[in-house]
Write a protein that binds this ligand. Structure first.
Ligand SMILES: [Zn+2]
Ligand SMILES: [Zn+2]
Length: 156
């Protein structure tokens, strides 16, 4: 499938690497060499979705979530072109873990009110009690990576 994707997207580099990732700076997709499972094909199509859509950066967690949704939509189109089908449940599971992650970050650590992020920073402010807290910078596709978010929200 890598070769087919290279044909469709000659300006994007596909390189074997540690894990699935899209690097907008280098316009490069990395993928683990072991490609036996359907899941890994889907993950590769998802990364390619980011690449095709030209996703580079985002200002807020919510914007990132929207890009993740868009990348899956594009991945489904690519799959169709290649005669494949991505399991819808898999997509929803990936997006759900993203939604949970967003929910955790946006919930006030002090009074549990759901809040919105300030633009251009990794800070949130509570509508209710006006507490402010900082979260770690977000990254593409972190939801289905195994690495657990270690940082707790920090009050500022
Ligand atoms: Zn609060
Ligand atoms: Zn993604």
């Amino acid at each position: 499938m890598i070769n087919e994707l290279k044909k469709i997207l000659p300006d994007i580099k596909f390189l074997p690497g540690e894990r699935f990732a899209w690097s907008p700076g280098e316009r490069q997709i990395t993928y683990p060499k072991d490609q036996e499972h359907d899941n890994s094909q889907w993950a590769l199509l998802h990364e390619t979705g980011h690449a095709v859509l030209g996703h580079t950066n985002y200002k807020t967690d919510l914007e990132l979530l929207k890009m993740e949704v868009a990348a899956w939509e594009k991945a489904k189109e690519l799959a169709k072109d290649l005669g494949l089908k991505i399991n819808e449940e898999h997509i929803q599971l990936c997006l759900d873990s993203y939604r949970d992650w967003l929910h955790r970050r946006s919930t006030c650590p002090s009074c549990a009110t759901s809040s919105i992020q300030n633009d251009l920073s990794n800070t949130y402010q509570c509508f209710n009690c006006h507490a402010r807290w900082q979260v770690s910078p977000s990254r593409f596709c972190r939801a289905y990576r195994t690495r657990k978010e270690s940082q707790e929200p920090v009050f500022i």
